[in-house]
Design a protein around this ligand. Structure first.
Ligand SMILES: Cc1cc2nc3c(=O)[nH]c(=O)nc-3n(C[C@H](O)[C@H](O)[C@H](O)COP(=O)(O)OP(=O)(O)OC[C@H]3O[C@@H](n4cnc5c(N)ncnc54)[C@H](O)[C@@H]3O)c2cc1C
Length: 492
């Protein structure tokens, strides 16, 4: 089969590169032959990320985007040279780490050069006194965490995609781990970074606990999604591996009761590492065997850290749950969660049945959390062909929450997978904005949410676009993400 036989989804955006042979020769000169490829098998491997719609396309023999060159640089100087060459030739460059992103962030919409970061996989230093680790950003998440665990530490950043994502991808998308209620999101964990700007300049933000050295420019590259620079190295906070872990679960009559209990726990300045509220549908899906949770809202907690503190956290957690009509469901549901927390087979079984399925995570303050949940369920229920809308709430702050919706259905006759997917996504985002929430909690913007950025940010998005132009005048670094509406006919 020839690569041209695959139907290309973003075909209208693709730009042909004329002097490909010369560019390949130039790339090979400074990267070495083994670190550049134009083989079809390699090009095909980088046509998509892990967006679930892309899995449907793969089954149908379609590809999302088609890159022209795959590169595996080993040094920051090599990355800088790729960027300088790309600017000279006006070729797009797409940073790519593990491809587990789910919003189209690493799809090469315009073609161009993929910079695969996997050779940036070294752990450079653990500093016990400062409680920091410095590592290259292509490192796989599980490799980093296992290494830390073997030395008696944890980063506290454990996303469901731990085995299939990297430090660089986490920083690019402002990721959140399952233990984020205690340890924070990645933006709370990163202390310093090295970044290569689109024109090839290498800059460094030294690690520091806190400072007052002008605006926090470094923060702009956290959530930059590979559009403002390529992050090559980062220093993270680490923690001693927890001495004690306590597992707690309660079921509540309604999601509002569970929100009240969890909010009141955090109000006491008590931060269980994990809190997860499952709506009645997800409770039924995951905990149907738990008698005390029938037709109720399951909520699981993990308190961890210093033994004496964990005991106090447990007491306060139980007090707030019982005050808000919680029924104790024991440790079983939390043990079940621990056993299944990296299992994602459910999602990949949908596409072969022609179901279009995805997850959308959003953020809100406490006073809007319940309204957002109900508005999204109502809006998504109205979509023709949609069969499923469920939610869990898995990231908690004293001031608000991150809520994670799952939808799935069969596009009605005459409606393409992508049209149906876009309708579901847009209905959810619209409902969230109308109810006063924020459009993304930890998966990022990529392609899927770019057309909502004006509504989310207001006129501030124009300032961001100006900054992008200043740093990347030829728009070579990951074009088509965050600032551009690739889903044509998008929402104003
Ligand atoms: C089953 C599953 C479970 C998931 N669970 C979670 C979860 O619990 N929490 C969560 O937050 N996310 C989760 N995700 C989403 C995904 O894992 C994250 O978005 C992750 O941060 C992406 O990392 P990656 O290394 O795979 O990045 P990629 O997918 O390779 O890239 C993502 C984006 O980052 C850019 N990028 C990559 N490396 C760099 C770099 N070094 N410098 C600058 N830009 C770069 C890319 O251009 C792209 O825009 C999940 C995804 C799947 C498929």
């Amino acid at each position: 089969m020839n690569i041209d036989d695959f139907e290309l989804i973003y075909k209208n955006n693709r730009k042909e590169i004329k002097n490909k042979t010369l560019i390949k020769t130039e790339l090979s000169e400074f990267l070495g032959e083994k670190n550049v490829s134009i083989k079809n098998a390699d090009l095909l491997a980088y046509t998509r990320d892990s967006s679930l719609i892309a899995l449907n396309w793969t089954i149908q023999g379609k590809i999302a985007g088609l890159p022209d060159f795959i590169t595996w640089p080993e040094t920051k100087e090599q990355i800088s040279k790729i960027l300088k060459l790309a600017n000279k030739e006006k070729i797009p460059v797409i940073p790519y780490s593990e491809g587990s992103g789910v919003v189209g962030g690493s799809i090469p919409i315009y073609g161009g050069i993929i910079i695969d970061m996997k050779k940036f996989n070294k752990i450079l230093e653990i500093n016990d006194k400062n409680l920091t680790v410095t590592a290259q950003t292509g490192i796989n998440g599980m490799n980093l965490e296992r290494y830390l665990n073997s030395k008696g530490y944890t980063s506290g950043h454990i996303p469901q995609s731990l085995y299939t994502s990297s430090l660089g991808g986490w920083i690019a998308h402002r990721a959140a781990g399952q233990f984020s209620t205690k340890y924070g999101k990645i933006e709370d964990i990163v202390m310093g970074m090295e970044v290569i700007l689109p024109l090839g300049e290498i800059i460094k933000f030294k690690p520091i606990a806190r400072a007052a050295t002008g605006p926090q420019l470094d923060k702009m590259f956290i959530g930059g999604e590979g559009t403002l620079g390529i992050v090559t190295e980062a220093t993270l906070k680490i923690w001693p591996y927890p001495e004690k872990r306590t597992l707690i679960s309660y079921s509540f009559p309604t999601i509002e009761d569970s929100f009240n209990a969890t909010r009141e726990i955090l109000r006491e300045n008590v931060y269980p590492a994990v809190i997860r509220i499952y709506d009645v549908h997800e409770t039924d899906r995951h905990f149907s065997e738990v008698e005390n949770a029938k037709k109720r809202v399951m909520t699981v907690f993990v308190c961890e850290g210093n033994k004496k503190l964990v005991d106090v956290e447990e007491a306060i957690t139980r007090e707030m749950c019982e005050k808000n009509a919680g029924i104790n469901c024991g440790t079983g549901p939390v043990e079940h969660w621990f056993e299944t927390r990296f299992r994602v087979t459910e999602t990949s079984t949908m596409s072969p049945y022609k179901l279009v399925y995805d997850t959308v995570e959003v953020a809100s303050l406490w006073d809007r959390a319940a309204r957002i949940y109900h508005s999204v369920v109502e809006a998504t229920d109205r979509i023709k062909g949609n069969l499923l809308i469920t939610a869990h709430v898995s990231h908690f702050y004293a001031n608000g929450v991150g809520t994670y919706f799952t939808f799935g259905g069969v596009p009605p006759k005459g409606v393409s997978d992508l049209e149906f997917y876009q309708e579901c996504w847009d209905s959810i985002i619209k409902a969230v904005l109308e109810a006063g929430g924020s459009i993304a909690h930890h998966h990022g913007i990529g392609i899927n949410r770019a057309h909502w950025m004006k509504k989310e940010w207001g006129t501030a998005i124009n300032v961001m676009k100006d900054i992008k132009k200043l740093l990347d005048p030829s728009n070579i670094l990951n074009p088509g993400k965050i600032y551009e509406d690739i889903w044509k006919g998008g929402v104003e």
